[in-house]
Design a protein around this ligand. Structure first.
Ligand SMILES: [Cu+2]
Length: 145
């Protein structure tokens, strides 16, 4: 009987740990740019291991006068543009990549120089969890990831 209880307890523990994963934020970065360039962008990878759908609703950084979530798109004539999105959907179990030409955190009105090697704190706000602060490292002006 004791063994059975222990086994049940163990199963419960395993079930709980599988559910209580977290939102994994990795590879946050941006490109360096001269101070004359007004705007910048941040990119990162989000893997939702929480077991429930979530949404990235906002990002903020003291390195920027204003920050917006943007998506890149291609016009019918082949030219590229970008536009504001209200949130970035993060379905449970999926990885969403913010990258050049695609989804990104738009940094409007750079408050500091984006020099290669410097790093900036970014506050990420999710629908399901409290704001989390991550660090984005500035890489070369031509970096691709
Ligand atoms: Cu943008």
């Amino acid at each position: 009987m004791k063994k059975f209880l222990l086994f049940t307890l163990l199963l419960t523990l395993i079930a709980c740990s599988a559910e209580s994963g977290e939102m994994v934020v990795s590879e946050a970065w941006g490109r360096s740019s001269p101070s004359a360039v007004e705007n910048g962008a941040f990119y990162l990878t989000l893997t939702n291991e929480t077991g429930v759908d979530d949404v990235l609703v906002a990002a903020q950084s003291e390195a920027c006068m204003m920050t917006e979530l943007h998506e890149g798109y291609t016009n019918d004539d082949g030219t590229m543009g970008m536009r504001h999105v209200d949130g970035i959907a993060l379905p449970a179990g999926e990885t969403v990549e913010l990258k050049p030409g695609g989804l990104h955190i738009m940094c409007m009105g750079k408050q500091v120089e984006f020099n290669e090697g410097s790093a900036f704190a970014i506050d990420l706000t999710f629908e399901n969890e409290e704001t989390r602060t991550i660090s984005a490292e500035i890489q070369s002006a031509t970096a691709e990831k």
